[in-house]
Write a protein that binds this ligand. Structure first.
Ligand SMILES: [Zn+2]
Ligand SMILES: [Zn+2]
Length: 119
């Protein structure tokens, strides 16, 4: 679940716990409130990594869906994504090497056959 952090009291709040009301000055909009210190519009998106209470500074897509995290956890997921990409790159390389090997074996088998014919 998305988490929010109150700038006034530093409490991290689950999205379903935040207070929401119509904005009395602008009926088209809503205002949010902190359920702990009752501050209005003091909530900032928090890092969605479990147990992390840092403010979110970036959002990015991952294998597990869209994530909103702090810089530290963004780097963690970025490294993971790069690792997955690297593994994929190596897999493609291995496949190519295997194909080359099969080709090479075929070639040498043909050479062996030709050699026998020559004899
Ligand atoms: Zn608060
Ligand atoms: Zn974090």
């Amino acid at each position: 679940m998305k988490k929010w952090k109150c700038e006034e009291c530093d409490t991290v709040i689950d999205e379903d716990k935040i207070l929401i009301a119509d904005n009395p000055f602008d009926p088209e909009n809503i205002i949010t409130g902190c359920p702990f210190c009752k501050s209005v519009n003091s909530l900032q998106a928090a890092c969605d990594e479990y147990g992390c209470d840092q403010l979110a500074s970036c959002g990015f897509p991952t294998a597990e869906g869209y994530r909103v995290t702090c810089g530290k956890h963004m780097r963690k997921y970025k490294e993971k994504t790069e690792e997955i990409n690297e593994i994929h790159r190596l897999e493609v390389k291995v496949e190519k090497l295997e194909a080359d090997l099969i080709e090479a074996k075929k070639d040498s088998a043909e050479i062996a056959v030709e050699t026998q014919v020559i004899k």
